[in-house]
Design a protein around this ligand. Structure first.
Ligand code: HEC
Length: 190
């Protein structure tokens, strides 16, 4: 084998490895996005999203007494989703949004009365699907897969039908593709 052939081979292997690794990042084994199976069932992605993904934004649920915070919702997505959104103004196919529900503790601290994250209550997951892949699966529609998971069980969704379980409450965000983007400043380039 000549040096030229060897170099060509090495480049081909390198390119293949690059393509393969970007595919692995974008897809799970069989579904089109992390956490999605072939038939469209959804799980909380098996990723350390708190560390590996980007924070899209956070919501504070005010307590009924108007003082102590009752909960925090942290929303995460893949870093590539943010890049794509900044370029196109749209959530790309395969974008996964995970909203983690946390209870809070409130404490008097040197900065004031402060609430901070305590226990996980559950996760809301949305998966962007621009291709209408799962027309017969009730978790999918309006360009997204929709599912809820109670804290402790990342594998089995407790929601069964996005029209009944999710859609009504997301109508105010319809114009921004059903997502409450006003709370996600990271989507705008700085
Ligand atoms: C009671 C109304 C309500 C229901 C029911 C509801 N949502 Fe939401 N959802 C909201 C609101 C309001 C926000 C933003 C503020 C917040 O987190 O409280 C939100 C935020 C989200 C987010 C973060 C991204 C975004 O849109 O800003 C995800 C993901 C999400 N919801 C998924 C779901 C899924 C999946 C279901 C059904 C299983 C569902 N939601 C049902 C009202 C609701």
């Amino acid at each position: 084998m000549t040096l030229g052939t060897l170099l060509k081979l090495a480049t081909a292997v390198g390119a293949y490895a690059l393509i393969a690794s970007s595919l692995v990042e974008a897809m799970d084994k069989s579904g089109h996005a992390p956490g999605v199976s072939k038939n469209g069932s959804i799980q909380v992605p098996n990723v350390d999203f708190r560390k590996e993904w980007s924070v899209l934004g956070a919501w504070v649920v005010n307590g009924d007494d108007g003082e102590n915070a009752k909960g925090i919702h942290n929303v995460y997505t893949q870093p590539s989703t943010i890049d794509a959104y900044r370029k196109t103004g749209k959530f790309p196919d395969g974008a996964v949004l995970v909203k983690e529900l946390l209870t809070t503790k409130t404490q008097d601290m040197t900065t004031g009365t402060i609430g901070y994250a305590d226990k996980i209550e559950g996760w809301f997951v949305m998966v962007k699907d621009t291709k209408g892949r799962f027309p017969d699966n009730k978790l999918w529609g309006d360009g997204w897969g929709w599912a809820f998971f109670k804290g402790g069980n990342r594998a089995k969704t407790t929601s069964t039908d996005y029209e009944a379980d999710c859609k009504g409450c997301h109508i105010p965000a319809r114009k921004t593709d059903w997502i409450y983007t006003e709370a996600y400043p990271v989507l705008k380039a700085k």
